[in-house]
Design a protein around this ligand. Structure first.
Ligand code: ZN
Length: 475
């Protein structure tokens, strides 16, 4: 059973049989009922402080000393006042307190009894007050309580529009329903458990944290796992502080925290927003720039349009979108970009001294010369996870950096003396044509672009443009 529900039931039980206990100083423990005085007929039968004289004593609530009081009539009066004030302040009917009151002799203490209003504010603050609350119940489980039915209703209504853009105008809800069974029910609870409307909305939309685990499978990386679970790599690392390196082993267990809202509200609404219209990019060829290099000739500017949408959302997940009306407020202006056309010619020579360093960490999954359909494999495939760094195998000049058909994102580096290397299927390119690179500097990230069946680096070594076995050059 839900913890809150259990606590609530416990309190109700306690309340039903509650006796406010007072101790006779030092000797016998006596119980008596003062319920009716404070709580009215609904809770406890009539009683009075028959075992405390109307003289100063320390008042205790649930064993905790509260104050030195003047006597029972002051306490009874203050309890009633506190109840009335709380009822007015919270806008909820306060039924009484479930705190156990007791008293202890003042002994030789010379402390003066509290003034009535001071006692009232202490009682208001320190006692557990029982009230009628309006609980929002989701699939039979009460999740939070508000002071009035009206407030609970307003909370549920505000969820209907909660996920639509805050800066929209003319928002009109056409249809809205909860996927769960959502009810407002009257239950008794403690005033301390009451939530404000804003707190209630936050609880319902932010939801509770759920713990989950992920078993690492072959081929997965932090990056793919993060992406699959809608997290960033940094967030994933934070949830797994024991994780040191980048490399995961199949069978590793990662912990994931998932936060799910308590309710799913499916709403269809029309609304109007002003939005930018991104500028287009127009390319011009420029023979004075290297192939792969780009320069902006004229900066583009975004346009603005006013659009009325009809959108269906399940919380923040968009289920459907229609444009009802649109009007251009400002046209966009295209960006003109000059694209390099100059090519670098690879050097010619004897193929260097035969020393290159490994461009990626990983095992070779396909060797040079392996039969591949009609042809042979012109390089080696080095296993890697998407996003792993790819290093220049030696010092050199980037001949080209960009898309190259089935090679995908591809970088070619000329190392001089006729020796060049190629890095293919990159997820990301970090160098540009014409750039000088040092050995082992990062030229890009492992990926699976172009004709590729999974994340790996395809690495080629050429001498005077002819393929050669890269292993001849790698230590
Ligand atoms: Zn390959």
């Amino acid at each position: 059973m839900n913890r809150k529900l259990r606590v609530l039931k416990l309190w109700l039980l306690k309340l039903r049989f509650m006796l406010l206990r007072f101790w006779t100083p030092g000797i016998r423990r006596k119980t008596l009922r003062i319920g009716a005085v404070i709580l009215g007929v609904c809770i406890i039968g009539g009683s009075s402080f028959s075992f405390i004289q109307n003289r100063p004593a320390f008042l205790l609530a649930d064993g905790q000393q509260l104050a030195l009081v003047a006597g029972k009539s002051q306490v009874n009066k203050a309890l009633e006042m506190a109840r009335e004030e709380l009822t007015a302040e919270l806008g909820a009917v306060i039924l009484g307190t479930s705190s156990e009151l007791s008293w202890r002799s003042k002994g030789k203490s010379t402390v003066q009894p509290l003034k009535d209003e001071e006692l009232v504010s202490i009682l208001k603050e320190r006692l557990a007050w029982v009230t009628n609350t309006w609980a929002i119940q989701i699939d039979e489980e009460p999740v939070l309580s508000l002071a009035s039915e009206g407030e609970a209703q307003e909370v549920l209504e505000s969820l209907q529009t909660f996920y639509f853009p805050q800066d929209s105008t003319q928002l009109k809800i056409e249809k809205s329903e909860f996927q769960e069974e959502v009810k407002i029910v009257l239950v008794q609870g403690l005033t301390q458990q009451l939530k404000t409307k804003n707190e209630a909305i936050e609880i319902l939309t932010k939801g509770r944290e759920k713990k989950a685990e992920h078993l690492v499978k072959k081929g997965e990386s932090l990056w793919t796992i993060a992406r699959d679970h809608d997290l960033t790599v940094a967030e994933l690392r934070e949830m797994n502080s024991s994780l040191k390196g980048t490399y995961l082993q199949p069978g590793d267990l990662l912990s994931l925290k998932k936060i799910e809202p308590l309710v799913t509200v499916v709403s269809t609404a029309t609304f109007t927003v002003e939005e930018k219209v991104p500028y287009k990019i127009v390319y011009e060829s420029d023979a004075s720039l290297w192939h792969g290099q780009e320069r902006v000739k004229e900066a583009g500017t975004n346009g603005v349009r006013k659009v009325t949408y009809r959108i269906t959302l399940a919380n923040d997940l968009e289920l459907g979108r229609q444009i009802v009306a649109k009007k251009t407020l400002r046209e966009s202006k295209p960006q003109v970009v000059r694209q390099g056309a100059k090519m670098i010619v690879a050097s010619r020579g004897g193929g260097g001294n035969g020393a290159l360093s490994w461009p990626a960490r990983g095992k070779i999954t396909c060797a040079y010369g392996t039969k591949r359909g009609k042809g042979i494999h012109t390089g080696i495939d080095i296993d890697g996870n998407r996003g792993d760094p790819v290093f220049a195998a030696g010092k050199g000049t980037v001949i080209s950096a960009g898309w190259k058909g089935s090679y995908g994102n591809c970088v070619d580096i000329d190392h001089g003396q006729g020796l060049s290397t190629r890095y293919a299927h990159l997820n990301e390119i970090d160098v540009s044509a014409g750039q000088n690179v040092s050995a082992q500097s990062v030229v890009g990230k492992v990926g699976s672009t172009g004709h590729s069946t999974g994340s790996h680096l395809h690495f080629e070594v050429r001498v005077n443009g002819q393929y050669t076995n890269p292993l001849r050059y790698l230590d």
